[in-house]
Design a protein around this ligand. Structure first.
Ligand code: WT7
Length: 656
């Protein structure tokens, strides 16, 4: 870490916004002054200006029972109405909402009027299926327009969606369905990935299969199935319904009812430090306010002329806030792409930018680094001159990747916004404003107007410039998580206990302020890994590994990786009976495949090392720090607190 930090701090390139961009920018420097003058009044204004309320709110923030915040609590609105109907009513029904591109090359343009119509029909179908306000609906879909329609239809009814990334396994899906008590699952037969159909419905069938009395019955009553992959699927009559039969047959009349601003909007599961994913809960008015505000100001959105593209899947928070809610609340035109960046050729993304004239592009550092590896000749084969703003999210972006992104993709002139936030924060918290901030490659820099963060020491004291510590949010913000589904204690314990005397939100990230006070994010300080911008828990992968019959014990660490940021590296002790019969290579392969099946391909370890022992303290705690040294090929650090100090040399020898 130290060498990485030194390297970051020697970065001193600066990029001022192009003059013309600055002049026409949505967000000007006075936005900071407005927020600083009266933060709550500022958010109240954003909520009124950006959203349409069925009933106005009289109070901006109720923080009388921290850490349980209530924003705009006596206001009422319908989230889907804000993303759809009001644009049609304003005469923009013919504006394209979605420029959808399927992986095989099929495409569809969906206008705001068409999407509104579709969402009304889906809402009517869901009502038929018994979905009411407050009910949970799981969404397990590929990146197709129906995914967005499904989310908005659930929101329209005041129900709660739980989108599960299509790359998650049947087991992971079932765990999320059970935790939320979902009544309906919306899925597809399959979707295109890497040139072939990746089936989804079979995973839903497996997830919902009767477990012969083992554990509770699934709560799901109906499965609504979009036909996309044309792959064979099994059918459970009475439970399963085809989207293409039910939705077109339903009425397109549906009046959106208003719900309280604090009505739950969605649950989204994310990894924490334990083996069990947390259901992060978000609500309506505050979430949508900050989603719209950040999307407009950070991405400098001019909805009449911009073509925006965020490459995230709706299965992640980035897809929720910057594919579904932010852009649609703002009436944007956006690209939605189903597939992988390199199918059928490595220039697919650049081809899409050229085809649709994308002006604003938002992606993750891991993608940028993998394009860097392929070489600039690929993007240089396409016309990317429509781009005027680039964004980055998910993990720290190394200055080399930042500069490459600007030079090769941004033609050497586009501003880059490096946006720090989390599933829990709901929307962007730290970022440059593209027409205002002089940007520094590798630094997320400054909190947005209306957001207050700090870098503090273990006791919660401000560290000052040129010093490192922990990132905290010092005051509540509109799109903050309202809790962990079914577990208020874990909510308090995870985020609020560490700095309870100060009332700070503990983000779990290390950070540093440079000599100007700008913030540099340095990665997680807990047992959470960040692999390709996706959050994975060491404990969750360890419990998958020990669930395999060959495994006696396992320890997982996140090791730095040139492309994916971090990679999953597992150290596993195998039972003697298996060691006698199988080769270490065969066992390592089998365990990698096992984790992929149990959790999903994103969790598959890059390396599995079969070892004889694990480094433990006298109290039995595994010292992951030492394993990380081995995984990253470094000299092993201080081992004096180990119960057996010889263990590490044995492990190092076994790994080599
Ligand atoms: C964690 C949150 C926010 C959407 C995608 C990830 C890391 C996120 C940045 C950034 C440095 C970043 C943090 C954070 N992270 N963006 N711009 N610079 N680190 O959401 O899965 O909830 O993960 O991602 O470590 O805590 P998530």
């Amino acid at each position: 870490m130290t060498s990485q930090i030194d390297h970051l701090l020697s970065e001193n390139r600066r990029f001022a916004p192009p003059e013309e961009f600055a002049r026409g920018a949505v967000a000007q420097a006075d936005l900071y002054d407005a927020a600083a003058a009266d933060r709550e009044a500022f958010w109240g204004r954003q909520a009124k200006d950006l959203l349409t309320w069925a009933e106005p709110f009289s109070e901006v923030l109720d923080w009388s029972n921290p850490p349980f915040a209530r924003w705009f609590a006596d206001g009422r609105l319908n989230v889907a109405y804000n993303c759809l109907d009001r644009h049609v009513e304003a005469g923009n029904g013919d504006r394209v909402a979605l420029l959808w591109e399927g992986e095989p090359g099929d495409s569809r343009a969906v206008t705001y009027a068409e999407l509104t119509d579709e969402v009304k029909r889906v809402a009517n179908v869901l009502t038929e299926l018994g979905v009411d306000a407050g009910d949970r609906v799981a969404v397990y879909l590929p990146m197709i327009p129906e995914a967005i329609a499904a989310m908005l239809a659930v929101a329209r009814l005041g129900a709660i969606h739980s989108v599960v990334f299509g790359g998650f396994s049947a087991d992971s899906l079932r765990a999320r369905i059970d935790d939320a008590g979902a009544k309906v699952v919306i899925t597809a037969d399959g979707g295109y990935r890497k040139g072939k159909v990746s089936p989804l419905k079979p995973a839903v069938d497996m997830a919902l299969a009767d477990r012969g009395g083992q554990g509770p019955q699934a709560t799901v009553e109906h499965v609504l199935v979009v036909r996309r992959g044309q792959n064979e699927v099994e059918w459970t009559p009475g439970r399963d319904i085809w989207w293409h039969e039910a939705v077109p047959a339903a009425s397109a009349e549906h009046t959106a009812q208003a719900f309280d601003a604090e009505n739950p909007l969605f649950i989204l599961y994310t990894s924490g430090t334990t083996g069990k994913p947390k259901g992060i809960q978000h609500t309506s008015g505050g979430y949508l306010t900050q989603a719209a505000y950040t999307h407009r100001n950070v991405f400098d959105l001019h909805p009449e002329t911009d073509v925006y593209w965020c490459t995230a899947d709706v299965g992640w928070i980035t897809g929720h806030t910057y594919v579904t809610y932010g852009p649609l609340a703002n009436g944007a035109t956006q690209v939605l792409y189903e597939g992988t960046p390199d199918t059928p050729h490595p220039g697919r993304w650049w081809e899409i930018i050229q085809k649709y004239g994308v002006t604003i592009f938002y992606t993750a550092p891991t993608a940028i680094r993998s394009f860097m590896k392929i070489g600039r000749q690929v993007p240089q084969g396409f016309d990317l001159s429509s781009l005027r703003l680039l964004g980055s999210v998910g993990e720290p972006i190394n200055p080399e990747a930042w500069v490459w992104y600007r030079e090769v993709i941004g033609g050497g002139s586009t501003p880059i916004v490096d946006t720090w936030w989390q599933t829990e924060t709901g929307a962007i918290m730290i970022s440059a404003l593209p027409g205002v901030t002089e940007t520094k490659p590798g630094s997320a820099q400054v909190p947005l107007p209306g957001i207050t963060v700090d870098v503090v020491d273990d006791a919660g004291a401000h560290v000052g410039n040129d010093a490192g510590g922990l990132l905290v949010v010092t005051e509540p913000w509109p799109s903050m998580l309202r809790g962990i589904w079914g577990d208020p204690e874990r909510f308090v314990e995870t985020y609020w206990e560490k700095f309870s005397d100060k009332g700070f939100y503990f983000a779990g990230d290390g950070a540093r302020r440079d000599e100007d006070g700008d913030i540099w994010l340095l990665g997680r300080v807990d047992d959470v890994m960040n692999v390709s911008g996706h959050r994975l828990s060491t404990a969750e992968i360890e419990s998958a590994l020990v669930a395999h019959e060959a495994t006696a014990e396992a320890a997982v660490v996140g090791a730095s990786d040139e492309t994916t940021g971090q990679a999953v590296v597992a150290f596993v002790i195998i039972k003697q009976s298996y060691l006698d019969k199988h080769s270490p290579d065969g066992l390592a392969q089998a365990l990698r495949a096992w984790v992929s099946e149990q959790i999903g391909p994103i969790a598959r370890p890059r390396d599995v090392y079969i070892v004889g022992e694990l480094p433990k303290t006298r109290s039995g705690k595994i010292m992951r720090r030492l394993l990380r040294d081995v995984a990253e090929g470094r000299e092993v650090g201080d081992t004096t607190t180990l119960a057996d100090t010889a263990v590490m040399s044995v492990i190092s020898a076994q790994v080599r």
